[in-house]
Design a protein around this ligand. Structure first.
Ligand SMILES: [Fe+2]
Length: 278
């Protein structure tokens, strides 16, 4: 029997170094998220381990390779593999990044920001609708971090993100760390960003660590959540309610206990909000 939906509380991103430990020790964490593309093989030990773990935990599938905003046609082979993984694992949520990561058939292996224009908005909305039709379910789209902006952008990032959910009915994966990183890098108000997002659309939150350089903040997913991001997260929870929250850590991956401690901090914040609302 698979665990019931929907997701609640603070989960962790399950990465390869922790798979065996999670499978064997079944730590007390309410849900897990994996990168979908790591499980696209039709069989093999990685998929078998995930299916085993899925029997004990609700799951979210998070994609990094759909290139949702690209001008290349959507890759139907990629979408087909995602559909098969969804059928195998019955995830509570399926998400992708609001970005592009390749063009002209070349993969650039990065999550690149879109030009925030009406043309790009219409383009990406049509693609989100196409993916939702293909999968027969709702998609979550995630706001990405960035270090440069397009000179011909005409729409603030937060309005662009909000418009995508309004036009397509998709939900938002609100990465609070990415909002903080972009607010510092581009000089905007992170709270104005949160205020622009439709309350009902935010279905998941991401938290991660960044690295500060002399010129900008880099979204490394390789450090604890920063104090200013925890503070912004508290304000996000005050606005959006107790949204399922995920700790992401992808480089310099620490012991599992460190991730669980970060998730416990998020869980306390979620519960404080519950107590205030009661
Ligand atoms: Fe994220």
């Amino acid at each position: 029997m698979m665990s019931s939906f929907p997701l609640t509380g603070a989960g962790i991103g399950l990465r390869t170094p922790h798979v065996r430990q999670v499978r064997d020790e079944r730590p007390a964490v309410p849900w897990l998220e994996v990168h979908s593309e790591n499980y696209y093989a039709d069989g093999g030990p990685a998929l078998a381990a995930l299916v085993r773990i899925r029997a004990d935990y609700p799951l979210s599938l998070h994609g990094v390779g759909m290139s949702l905003g690209s001008t290349d046609p959507l890759d139907r082979t990629h979408l087909g593999k995602l559909a098969r993984l969804i059928a195998r694992t019955e995830p509570a949520l399926v998400s992708e990044h609001l970005c592009w990561s390749g063009v002209g058939g070349r993969a650039l292996n990065d999550l690149l920001p879109l030009p925030y224009t009406e043309e790009a908005l219409a383009h990406v909305c049509a693609r989100v609708a196409e993916v939702q039709d293909f999968l027969g379910r709702e998609l979550l789209v995630e706001n990405v971090s960035s270090y440069l902006a397009f000179a011909d952008a005409t729409i603030p990032e937060w309005e662009f993100v909000a418009a995508v959910t309004r036009r397509t009915g998709c939900k938002l994966l609100c990465d609070v760390n990415n909002i903080h990183v972009n607010a510092v890098n581009h000089g905007f108000d992170a709270d104005a960003y949160l205020a622009a997002l439709p309350r009902d659309a935010v279905a998941e939150i991401h938290l991660a660590g960044f690295q500060a350089t002399d010129t900008c903040l880099i979204d490394t997913h390789g450090a604890p959540v920063a104090p200013e991001v925890w503070a912004l997260y508290r304000r996000a929870i005050a606005r959006f309610g107790p949204v399922p929250t995920l700790i992401e850590w992808d480089t310099d991956i620490p012991p599992l206990a460190t991730l669980l401690a970060e998730a416990a901090t998020a869980q306390r914040i979620l519960e404080t909000r519950d107590a205030l609302a009661a």
